[in-house]
Ligand binder design. Sequence first.
Ligand SMILES: C[S@@+](CC[C@H](N)C(=O)[O-])C[C@H]1O[C@@H](n2cnc3c(N)ncnc32)[C@H](O)[C@@H]1O
Length: 431
Amino acid sequence: MDIASFRELLTPAGQALLAEAGEADISEAGLLGTASRLRERYGADLVAAALTQVRSRRRAEAKFGSDSGRMYFTPAGLEQSTRASVAAHRARRFASGLPAGARVLELGCGIGADLMARSRMGLTGDGVERDPLTAEVARANVTAFGLDDLVRVRVGDALEEDPDGYAAVFADPGRRTARGRVFDPRSYEPPLDAVLGLAGRAPAACVKVAPGIPHEAVPDGAEAEWVSVGGDVKEAALWLGGLAGDVGRRATLLPPGAPSDAEPVTLVPAGLGDPDVRPWGRYLYEPDGAVIRAHLVAEVADLVGGGLADPHIAYVTSDELRPTPFASAYEIDGVLPFAVKRLKAELRRRGTGVLTIKKRGSAVDVDRLRRDLGFGGRRAGFGEAETTVVVTRVGRDPVALLARPVQHPLPVSARRPGTQDADPPAAGRAR
Ligand SMILES: C[S@@+](CC[C@H](N)C(=O)[O-])C[C@H]1O[C@@H](n2cnc3c(N)ncnc32)[C@H](O)[C@@H]1O
């Protein structure tokens, strides 16, 4: 898709084609037929641009819900964009930490998902994007949602921007280049150091980074926030200057699906030392990945009145069942030294037909173990029962727990941001 065809797509004729393509068969089997039928009345480039949009909009539903049907994308821009619920959460933090209408400069705004989320919260500002087509798409998105009065998108190099005059800077540097995913922050586009340098010149800033960012790389005075959606860790964000709380780090859990008005649940350090080490109790708690990344396992152990069976493994165990949004609970009904033959005999004895395997602190290959336990073929298992096997270790001893998930019957309470003291990350935390 080139800029000329994308612009044509925004004209009345292009919009008519887009609407028609939206109703057509774009399945693998039907796509060629649809394309050649549309090419009888429209130019080939315009048809290709329309079909790219329609296919992208379908793929984008998971990230943007019903908004996806009005948005525009480049395939790479969709891939790199922030999902709506995470962007809305971030935008809410910007809006609550800045005066109404404050101007924010976004360095590398992509197709504009974060930009729009902030402007929907009443913030104004500019997005700078290096790629002209992506910038054009971001502009079309801003217009499609009636936000032109609040934000502008311009083509340019973020590294030449001056944050002077803006209340805050936001950057979500690209972590996927033409060569694939990049892990070294120096290879982010723009590079993380350069972005942090610019962000540091603004009164406040937020920079999105990979969830694997080491705690040592979090700048002094910044707050690192790990965000998960429906239990999957999506990103970390570094909050700087006036937008950094005083908690140092936090884990924020968002529900799957569309952004909601409900406040997200967030856990912050409670100034605890390392969790107690104790034998397996009646319950196993598997902390949310954002909690583990944020080194807040001790806080979860405290919330559920438990400790760790192994000090280096983030499985919390307790004799009590205390509902918490920050961990999934399992009732343990067997602890075995890990041995495939013995485990298989136990699954047979229980009549297990549905097997879930989880592991932490073990090198076991889960797919292979599933096969070795008799769950590889078409007639898998030994009956109807559901069993969760948790493969882990205590010290050097490999262990298999037999467990079943507990559905929390009670509404869960959440800790609110900024209610606890900061606790510096300690070495050797459970992971
Ligand atoms: C991860 S994407 C941003 C996605 C955006 N947050 C969203 O949700 O739609 C990063 C963007 O930065 C742009 N970019 C990379 N280096 C840049 C630079 N030096 N100046 C301006 N934009 C740049 C890329 O083209 C890409 O579109």
